[in-house]
Design a protein around this ligand. Structure first.
Ligand code: PAF
Length: 303
């Protein structure tokens, strides 16, 4: 728990380069304070707010990184369309009492000559998002590793919506002995149930209505699980049937997997997750549910 002090609300400092970030974070640790890191690509929404608030509650100091990481986008993906709103993001950080906002340029993050990539092996990075988005997890792993080794936080906070990313980051943080605890926070949803994502802004009202089949399908699966269904294929069928009610939704995959390995399972167990990826118009949406848990599908907690 943080040792709250009178200077707790010192104003937000913006940091643009890795050396300065390292210096500032070293100083925090030298003062005996704990540090939380919230990695983001900006366009901060209520889901990010929740991560920041959790870090503020659990750590003495919080650093938020804001960087649209080009190397985690494949050719033809939405890098150029990805929303960018640095001034508004810095205002959110200031409002929430963040200590450091790390907003490096692309040249500061990947200077000329940069030649390192962090790669994991196995099903965790080869299935589902890994199979559909070649190079995506390599890009995520590389930037997150850079953030972890530069800031050296005690804890780093990620949203459960990106469940496979969470598993990848947990794996690399442990494998590389970063010493950072990876904290996965429940998905935050809008009042209509849609999981918050910076990409939702690109859905038109009709597309958004169709997209609501995603949380509805997860809710149907959760209900089946709570009624005792333990056959993973039967749960998958429940999800697929509900998604089929929204014909404009182009379903990429529905998977029931072990939450640590991301291998498909046949019988539901305590560590399993139901994953959906689908496209609505040009917008790719993903969602996840751990059935039977308190996280459930709590709605109406977004902005
Ligand atoms: O989840 C995201 O916003 C990004 O993948 C992350 C973790 C900030 C790395 O760029």
């Amino acid at each position: 728990m943080p040792t709250h002090t009178a200077d707790r609300r010192s104003p937000l400092s913006r940091v643009d380069g890795p050396e300065e970030l390292r210096r500032r974070c070293d100083r925090i640790r030298a003062a005996g304070q704990s540090l939380g890191l919230v990695p983001t690509m900006g366009a901060l929404h209520a889901g990010h707010r929740r991560l920041i608030q959790r870090s503020r509650a659990e750590c003495d100091r919080t650093v938020v990184s804001i960087f649209v990481n080009p190397i985690q986008f494949g050719p033809g993906e939405d890098l150029n369309l990805y929303p960018r709103s640095l001034d508004a993001d810095l205002a959110v950080c200031a409002e929430l009492g963040v200590d450091l906002a790390y907003a490096p340029s692309e040249a500061a993050m990947y200077p000329e000559g940069f030649a390192t990539r962090v790669n994991l092996r196995g099903a965790l990075v080869e299935t589902l998002e890994g199979a559909r988005r070649p190079g995506h997890f390599e890009g995520v792993a590389t930037v997150v590793t850079k953030l972890l080794v530069t800031a050296r936080p005690d804890r780093a906070y990620f949203g459960h919506k990106d469940a496979q990313q969470c598993a990848v980051v947990r794996r690399l943080a442990a494998d590389l002995n970063t010493g950072a605890e990876i904290v996965v926070c429940p998905t935050v949803r809008d009042a209509d149930g849609l999981a918050l994502s910076s990409r939702n802004a690109r859905l038109d009202p009709a597309g958004r209505r169709q997209a609501l089949a995603i949380p509805a399908a997860l809710a149907a699966a959760d209900a089946a699980f709570r009624l005792g269904e333990r056959d993973a294929e039967a749960i998958r069928d429940v999800v697929l049937r509900r998604l089929a009610e929204s014909p404009a939704l182009d379903v990429d995959y529905v998977a029931v997997v072990d939450a640590l390995t991301f291998l498909p399972i046949t019988k539901m167990h305590v560590r399993c997750e139901i994953l959906i990826a689908a496209r609505m118009g040009g917008v790719r949406l993903i969602d996840v549910l751990t059935p039977g848990t308190d996280e459930g599908l709590v709605v109406g907690v977004g902005e």
